[in-house]
Design a protein around this ligand. Structure first.
Ligand SMILES: [Zn+2]
Length: 267
């Protein structure tokens, strides 16, 4: 599943094609059935900006309306002068020079076309973006303390508090913070909150800098846990912990997700 760095990479790549004026538009019946929850934007509108909150892409139009797009497990946006349309290409927008297409084999993505007010309300359902420079120690501490009985890693996956996180990110944050994924939020010690904050930056920065290319070919055709290309991973899909370089990584299943930790480095 594309997590924050992969969605940000898509956002940056698409942004190079703005403004994008929709001349024509085509879609499959599956789009309306599985993915789209509203009407679609009308031809004539131009995308002027693309924002992102967590894993939600936010296409902003020149009339103030928004197309929100969550990629689900296997969704992606393709752009180019010509896009070879496949059987999973559910939405195709054409400008006079380029094509912008949404492709989603498993159709777990979601799309909403809203006015500014509705879009804002939808985006407010998400917590602070993990890459937001305003993500403070105070916010983090409060968000974790609020759920004392939750396992830390499971809580870190909650988009209402940590928008953009996903399985590999949550695993890696726990590892770099030196905390076991199964530690209850209520047992996180005072001095550990700053370690978690630091860990978030340590996990996201290299992944963002890598431009998401590291996930190419990985996340589209798997259950989402096979993004093996990401460098800098210390426990996720590792045999030996890359922090201490000696201890075999333990794998457990936590809330149905593959969970990795170093028994020596994480307490
Ligand atoms: Zn270790």
């Amino acid at each position: 599943m594309p997590e924050l760095p992969e969605v940000e990479t898509i956002r940056l790549q698409l942004s190079e094609y703005l403004p994008f004026k929709i001349e024509t538009l085509a879609f499959t019946p599956e789009l309306a059935k599985n993915i789209l929850h509203t009407d679609l934007p009308k031809p004539g509108l131009s995308i002027t900006q693309i924002n992102r909150k967590g894993k939600m892409l936010d296409f902003v139009f020149d009339d103030g309306s928004h197309l929100l797009s969550h990629l689900g497990m296997t969704g992606t946006w393709l752009v180019g002068e010509v896009i070879k349309s496949g059987k999973h290409t559910h939405l195709t927008l054409k400008s006079s020079t380029h094509t912008l297409a949404y492709d989603d084999p498993r159709r777990f993505g979601h799309m909403y076309f809203y006015d500014a007010h509705e879009a804002d309300r939808k985006l407010r359902e998400l917590g602070m973006d993990l890459a937001d420079p305003e993500l403070s120690l105070e916010y983090l501490t409060e968000a974790i303390k609020k759920y004392p009985n939750r396992d830390l890693k499971v809580h870190l996956l909650d988009q209402k508090h940590f928008a953009g996180s996903g399985n590999y990110i949550a695993n890696e944050i726990c590892a770099r913070a030196g905390i076991r994924p199964t530690r209850k939020c209520g047992r996180v010690k005072r001095e550990e909150f700053s370690k978690i904050l630091m860990a978030i930056k340590e996990v996201l920065e290299p992944a963002l800098a890598a431009g998401g290319t590291t996930f190419q070919g990985g996340y589209r055709d798997t259950s989402g846990e096979r993004g093996l290309g990401v460098q800098h991973l210390v426990v996720f899909y590792q045999k030996i912990c890359q922090l201490c370089k000696v201890t075999p990584v333990k794998k457990i299943i936590l809330a149905q997700r593959g969970t990795y930790y170093c028994p020596k480095c994480q307490k």
